[in-house]
Design a protein around this ligand. Structure first.
Ligand code: F6R
Length: 246
């Protein structure tokens, strides 16, 4: 695992955007796996800025998002579809047909999940998967568990995740209880993984996920076994991992 320690959130966003930008320049029709949440917002803003300057071209890029809440439609401003369009897709020249996000309104859960994994295979796999890290060690919505889920599936969100997400909803009752997420197996098949983390509140989980034992009770810990992972984290997020990174 490569680790870049950055000087705060802005620097983390720039470094993360740099790596994504390099991927697009090296392979203009690459498949990017993308994440939502607060962490990548600055990264997306930076990519948009470089696009506006003429330094980046999304016309051939294909994307697959990690996850989507079950039950929210595209117009819902808390859906990940809405988030991605607001922060990135509506601001760059990506083609709508090249954007893929699990359908929160799918009628048949199993079919939706199978179709999503099939789609990723048909696209030739993910070249670079961007991840954030949940406070409980989740990646995508793969919550702590006894086993690692392999494929895209429907999950019951844990109370801690519902609590963490309630800031985006007017009431906790409106936070969806289930979500579709790529499985750990799906994520691990990405050729490269880029995980971005910022803030003191993530320091303990960064230490456990990347410097502790690999265990399904900390889903992100499995990334230690992937051959090409880059962790971009600010000094706050790495503040409890000092001895481990030297
Ligand atoms: C979002 C996702 C989640 C987030 C994680 C961290 O698509 O898959 O795993 O990356 O919950 O969220 P933030 O960045 O809001 O701390």
């Amino acid at each position: 695992m490569r680790i870049y320690q950055t000087d705060g959130y802005r620097d983390m966003s720039r470094k993360t955007a740099n790596i994504i930008s390099a991927q697009i320049i090296l392979k203009p029709d690459c498949v990017l796996g993308l994440a939502t949440g607060s962490t990548p917002v600055g990264t997306y803003d930076q990519l948009v800025e470089w696009y506006q300057k003429g330094d980046l071209d999304f016309s051939e890029v294909r994307t697959v998002n990690l996850d989507e809440y079950k039950g929210l439609d595209h117009e819902n401003d808390q859906s990940y579809y809405y988030f991605m369009h607001r922060h990135l897709f509506d601001r760059v020249n990506i083609r709508p047909e090249n954007i893929h996000i699990p359908n929160g309104k799918a009628e048949n859960d199993a079919e939706e999940c199978e179709a999503y994994d099939r789609l990723i295979r048909q696209l030739g796999g993910i070249d670079l998967q961007l991840l954030g890290l949940g406070h409980n060690g989740h990646i995508g919505f793969n919550e702590p568990s006894d086993t690692f889920a392999r494929t895209t599936h429907l999950v019951d969100l844990q109370l801690s995740t519902i609590e963490a997400n309630k800031r985006f909803f007017s009431s906790i009752d409106l936070v969806p209880r289930q979500a579709y997420t790529m499985g750990i197996g799906t994520i691990l098949q990405a050729k490269k993984i880029l995980i971005a983390v910022s803030g003191k509140d993530k320091a303990e989980i960064v230490r456990r996920a990347f410097f502790g034992p690999v265990t399904a009770s900390v889903p992100a810990s499995i990334l230690q076994l992937h051959p090409d992972v880059t962790l971009v984290a600010d000094e706050d997020a790495l503040s409890l991992s000092g001895d481990s990174i030297g």
